[in-house]
Design a protein around this ligand. Structure first.
Ligand SMILES: Cc1ncc(COP(=O)(O)O)c(C=O)c1O
Length: 372
């Protein structure tokens, strides 16, 4: 085996931050786990039944590259009702991650700059590195608001793409209409592609979800069933955007993923009509509980969507705080996994109420640096 075999691009992908967390977690027995980035409930039974039926019916071969027609048509109708943009094409992908990878590979030349808001979803950094692009971070601390003037100043001749995510992982921030409109219009004015990652769109607790695509018909939107329907292992997402870009992405899907998992696409047809309002209400209550219990001792911004709180460490760095939490059997993720800063930690409240109560108890104890 030779080190020479490993491509240079792999050295630009640094997974050490998250690996350290997993290493620490592996040493814990029965942790209070507030680190999980997926809903705590299982996939609804109706959707499971639709999958069993699809498998029994022999829907097990490849599907068309762009996905089965009934699912595409259902999703297209929904997108058309929301955005009503004639040139918008949609296809089904292997998760939102699959769509992200196809988009970056389709748009980014080596050396192109990709604007990413810090804190960010970890995959953005690694997929940009893989495509040979350069991440340009825009700091959104302490309130996680988007300052469009900062974006304007960061745009250069090499800027190709802006990656936008609201509701956000890891901050739970839902951007305001003003921020989104200004960002969408700036992207249009500067002829920079805008990708809106809308995987948490169902989880907006204090208002309706609005897509920046409303103000920029060239926006590439990625979405999926992982979080909304607790189907993270099923690898089902979709993407829509300008037809000429979608055509290129479909071409690449044909020679990489081939298609999204076929039987899961039939189950997604049922998922698309499955009402998740009750689950969202449950998560809103969890959000309210966590913010109510913690805001006396902790500084929390964002927190109006997804199922995360990005909390300022009350002492030490995010890593030092997360280590102390682990010593108390509580698993949270240090902020530097999602950021160039190490001042915060991420809590996921996608957990049973009893787990949240135990987590709050430890966090109240840890608000002051333990003396030992
Ligand atoms: C912001 C964001 N985008 C995309 C994904 C990927 O989701 P999928 O399971 O659809 O690939 C995640 C998963 O954690 C996420 O948090």
């Amino acid at each position: 085996m030779s080190e020479r075999w490993i491509a240079d691009r792999m050295h630009n992908i640094d997974a050490s931050g998250i690996r350290k967390v997993f290493d620490l977690a592996a040493r814990m027995t029965d942790p209070i786990n507030l680190s999980i980035g997926q809903p705590h409930f299982d996939t609804p039974d109706e959707i499971k039944e639709a999958l069993f039926e699809a498998v029994r019916d022999g829907k097990n071969a490849y599907s068309q590259t762009q996905g089965i027609a009934p699912l595409r048509e259902k999703l297209e109708a929904r997108v058309a009702a929301e955005l009503g943009q004639a040139d918008r094409q949609l296809f089904v992908t292997s998760g939102t991650s699959g769509a992200l990878m196809l988009a970056l590979s389709t748009l980014i030349n080596p050396g192109d700059e990709v604007i990413v808001f810090d804190p960010y979803f970890v995959m953005y950094k690694h997929l940009t590195a893989m495509s040979g692009g350069k991440v340009v971070l825009i700091d959104t601390y302490p309130e996680f608001k988007i300052d469009v003037e900062k974006v304007r100043n960061a745009i250069t001749d090499r800027t190709k793409l802006i990656l936008f995510n609201s509701p956000s992982n890891p901050t739970g921030m839902v951007s305001s209409i003003e921020e989104m409109k200004a960002l969408a219009e700036l992207a249009k004015e500067k002829d920079v592609a805008l990708l809106s990652d809308e995987i948490y769109r169902s989880f907006c607790y204090d208002g309706e979800f609005i897509s920046p695509a409303k103000w920029n018909d060239q926006t590439i939107v990625i979405d999926g069933f992982s979080k909304s329907h607790s189907m993270t292992g099923w690898r089902l997402g979709f993407v829509h955007g300008p037809a000429h870009i979608m055509q290129q992405m479909i071409k690449l899907q044909q020679f990489t993923f081939v298609c999204a998992p076929h039987p899961m696409q039939w189950a997604a047809l049922v998922a698309a009509d499955y009402d998740i309002t009750g689950r969202v209400d449950e998560y809103r209550e969890k959000r309210d509980f966590m913010v109510r219990e913690l805001s006396g001792d902790y500084e929390i911004a964002g927190a109006n969507g997804a199922f995360y709180l990005f909390v300022k460490a009350p002492w030490g760095t995010g890593t030092e705080f997360a280590k102390a939490a682990i010593d108390h059997n509580l698993l949270v993720i240090p902020g530097n996994v999602f950021s160039s800063q190490d001042t915060h930690f991420r809590i996921s409240y996608a957990a049973e109420n009893s787990t949240l109560e135990r987590g709050v108890e430890v966090l109240k104890k840890l608000a002051k640096r333990p003396t030992s």
